[in-house]
Design a protein around this ligand. Structure first.
Ligand code: ASP
Ligand code: MG
Length: 411
């Protein structure tokens, strides 16, 4: 008998009908002879609504009470889903994070899972019951309820799959799988039959919202087989696994993009040994999330440093730097907003030189100016004008033949 973890995201449990639909997915797996533990998110936009509600009480809610509030969302779903399963004649029981044995770091808002004590779930499964577990929550060592960060139910599901050594972790969502790029933007974006952990991690970190990056990291570290699939369509989804076997010949597997990027340039800094570390330590200590960094190395006494950030934190970043202007000893700060990041991802790049060059050429052939570049073994990111973003994505999707191939046979 195989054990399967099935995770249902907010849109897949957004209404009573959808909750019944999720129940029928679980029942189907049970009827096929599997044991099932389900992990669920809060219904629809419940978490956003709760965040808004807190905002009507105070502009600065404490993180502890925020976690207490937000975890009620998942608690609604687990009870309703367990009721739906019972109504269909199946034995099921709902469990909050702490009842399920999810132990987290002693922090609020973004806690990591440290351990899952699976005794209770294992007993339930042995008794022939379906376990319905609240995602996104756990208990700290000081007996407080903590959340795992927005989108964290994916992580609960994968962690549970690892702890229970489940055969597979199925992530049910409102899309049919992982696509070459966002199908709302590129009409011919194609669903991938499989993608490797590393590629998925890059895509998730680059903002492809289908899976929480930490969940992918967890799945990679513990070798959890993941499948992203639709809760309403029957078709197979996308397998996330060690090596994406079906299309190894694909150099680029997907494209990710995000708008609202700003480039900041600090001009006329001392060209000393400590300059980079002083600037970026200051930014890090103040929680400024820096993405791409450019510094030209030269022998002059003064230098410039550029980096990119989300436009949303532009004002606070400039304010912070200005406050430390005399200790950092720089001349001035320039910024350029209205930018976007467009990235190509694929593990085939490791063994194929010239992929970046091909990307740059494709963009320059379209008169798209590249403002910044960063690379990893399996990714090339470029920063371009936001008004060129869609054209850049469409061009690259074409150039790297992401929609030209026939869909590969389903797994
Ligand atoms: N309900 C939480 C959120 O909206 C967790 C999740 O859905 O994964 O972020
Ligand atoms: Mg999600």
């Amino acid at each position: 008998m195989a054990l399967i973890i099935q995770k249902f995201g907010g849109t897949s449990v957004g209404t009573p009908d959808k909750i019944r639909n999720a129940a029928s997915r679980i029942i189907q797996a049970v009827n096929e002879g599997n044991q099932v533990a389900a992990v669920v998110s809060a219904m629809g936009k419940t978490t956003d609504d709760l965040v808004r509600l807190a905002g009507e009480i105070t502009a600065r809610p404490s993180k502890r009470e925020m976690d207490m509030l937000l975890t009620t969302g998942e608690q609604i779903t687990i009870s309703l889903l367990a009721m739906a399963l019972q109504d269909a004649g199946y034995e099921a029981e709902s469990l909050t994070g702490w009842q399920a044995g999810v132990e987290t770091e002693d922090v609020h808002g973004n806690a990591r899972i440290l351990n899952i004590d699976t005794k209770r779930i294992q007993q339930m499964l042995a008794d022939g019951k379906i376990a319905v577990v609240a995602g996104f929550q756990g208990l700290t060592s000081s007996d407080n309820i903590a959340t795992l960060g927005r989108g964290g139910s994916d992580t609960t599901a994968v962690a549970l799959a690892a702890a229970l050594r489940a055969e597979k972790c199925e992530i049910y969502t409102d899309v049919t799988g992982v696509f070459t790029t966002d199908p709302r933007v590129v009409k011919h974006a194609r669903k991938l039959p499989s993608i490797s952990y590393d590629e998925m991690l890059e895509m998730a970190n680059l903002g492809a919202g289908v899976l929480h990056p930490r969940a992918v990291e967890f799945a990679k570290n513990f070798g959890v087989r993941l499948e992203v699939r639709s809760s309403t369509e029957k078709e197979n989804g996308t397998l996330v696994e060690e090596e994406a076997t079906m299309e190894n010949n694909l150099v680029v597997r997907g494209l990710a993009f995000e708008g609202n990027v700003t480039k900041i340039t600090i001009e006329d800094l001392p060209n000393g040994l400590n300059t980079l570390s002083s600037v970026f330590s200051l930014l890090a200590e103040n929680g400024v999330n820096v993405d791409i960094i450019i510094q030209s190395v030269n022998k002059q006494e003064r230098t410039n440093i550029s980096f990119s950030i989300e436009t949303a934190i532009l004002d606070e970043t400039i304010e912070l730097l200005e406050r430390y202007k005399s200790s950092l000893q720089f001349g001035s700060i320039q910024h350029e907003d209205g930018l976007a990041k467009v990235s190509i991802v694929g593990s085939g790049m490791i063994s194929n030189p010239g992929v970046a060059a091909q990307m740059f050429k494709a963009l320059s052939d379209q008169d798209i100016m590249i403002k910044m570049v960063s690379t990893s073994e399996i990714k090339v990111s470029t920063v371009v004008d936001q008004q060129d973003m869609i054209k850049a994505i469409e061009t690259l999707h074409d150039v790297f033949e992401l929609d030209a191939r026939q869909p590969v046979q389903q797994l």
